[in-house]
Ligand binder design. Structure first.
Ligand code: PEP
Length: 253
């Protein structure tokens, strides 16, 4: 696994024509990827095979936005990690704040989903983050600790194939990114937390997500312990997503 990533979460958006234009646009912006910085896009599940085809030979990985905690059975509407692997998925978002908010997912269930992803040989991208009320009440680090404790209680601390995405809930889709001071503070805290847990997880990539765009990417990417970005709306614009990727490459150069 690489140490730096830029990942695009397309959410509930896209269709055959738009996906084609988006990936072709991205490939035109970035004819080659830098070997030190990975890129993944997470389309809506029905389009995964199409996006696999469109990204063939580009180095762009394909991810999924969610997964079942179960491998198979009577779970209508669910997708198993093994099935995602079957169609070429490499990364799976788990615990995105929209899953927590609109689908009532809690940290224990998210940990079981992460375990299912690991069990299938894929990499979970575990999203954690505080609400605005929690931040204002000074609970940010306690909330993140609870979310990570729940994760490691299930997946253990000997697996280095996990990506952590710090996404303050109040910064997602709002156009208001966390400040560089807030991001640096939290990412340093998260790195310390991981370092204390075990050598295997000490170096897990920690992505920032929340209104990251072409204009703020360079200052965020330059922060210590920021290993990339999980991008929502800007991931739907090839030039913008490419600019974020280039900012990450510049941060490792
Ligand atoms: C996201 O959906 O994970 C996200 C970070 O969205 P946005 O970039 O639009 O805030």
């Amino acid at each position: 696994m690489l140490k730096k990533y830029v990942m695009g979460n397309w959410k509930l958006q896209g269709n055959l024509a738009d996906n084609k234009a988006l990936i072709e646009g991205l490939r035109a912006e970035l004819p080659t990827l830098d070997a030190r910085v990975g890129m993944a896009v997470c389309p809506v599940a029905p389009y995964i095979p199409q996006v696999k085809e469109l990204t063939a030979g580009s180095g762009i990985s394909v991810g999924a936005q969610d997964v079942s905690e179960f491998a198979k059975g009577a779970y209508t509407g669910e997708m198993a990690a093994g099935m995602l692997k079957d169609v070429g998925v490499e990364f799976v978002l788990v615990g995105h704040s929209e899953r927590r908010t609109y689908h009532g997912e809690n940290s224990a269930q998210i940990a079981r989903k992460a375990q299912a992803v690991i069990g299938a040989g894929l990499v979970p991208v575990v999203c954690i983050g505080e609400s605005l009320d929690e931040r204002n009440a000074g609970q940010t680090k306690a909330v993140l600790t609870e979310q990570l404790d729940a994760l490691f209680a299930v997946v253990g601390t000997d697996n280095g194939n996990i990506v952590i995405a710090y996404e303050p809930r109040w910064a997602i889709g709002t156009g208001v990114s966390a400040t560089t001071e807030q991001i640096a503070d939290v990412h340093t805290f998260l790195r310390d937390y991981l370092t204390k847990r075990s050598a295997a997880v000490a170096g897990l990539p920690i992505l920032y997500g929340g209104s990251m765009n072409g204009a703020n990417a360079a200052s965020i990417a330059a922060l210590p312990n920021v290993d990339g970005g999980l991008i929502g709306s800007a991931a739907l614009k090839p030039a913008e997503f490419a600019a974020i990727y280039k900012a990450l490459v510049a941060s490792v150069a």
